[in-house]
Design a protein around this ligand. Structure first.
Ligand SMILES: [Zn+2]
Length: 97
């Protein structure tokens, strides 16, 4: 298992845990004292989960780490910080403009 896959899987786990906090089940009171009082919208979890799933799919297909837009390799430093990155830094910056 490569390090990015590990990160993606732990990210999925984190999303699931936060969902449980939202739903108020399976989590003992006070287990997550730092849980936000106003939980993010459920849609945010769906989107975050979809991003992780898409990254895992690219891994299966062997296209993980390749920019969807320009086809160049995404810098490993970027993937370490953002394992779900589908675009290289240049393209991501362009998209934001
Ligand atoms: Zn690119």
């Amino acid at each position: 298992m490569n390090e990015y896959k590990e990160k993606l899987l732990s990210e999925l786990e984190r999303i699931e845990n936060e969902r449980k906090i939202l739903a108020g089940t399976d989590v003992p009171a006070g287990a997550y004292p730092e849980a936000p009082e106003v939980p993010p919208i459920e849609d945010d979890y769906d989107r975050a989960e979809a991003e992780v799933q898409a990254a895992l799919e690219r891994m299966e297909k062997g296209t993980y780490g390749i920019c969807l837009k320009c086809g160049k390799a995404i810098a490993p430093a970027r993937l370490r910080v953002l394992p779900t990155a589908a675009l290289c830094l240049d393209c991501a910056e362009e998209e934001e403009e």
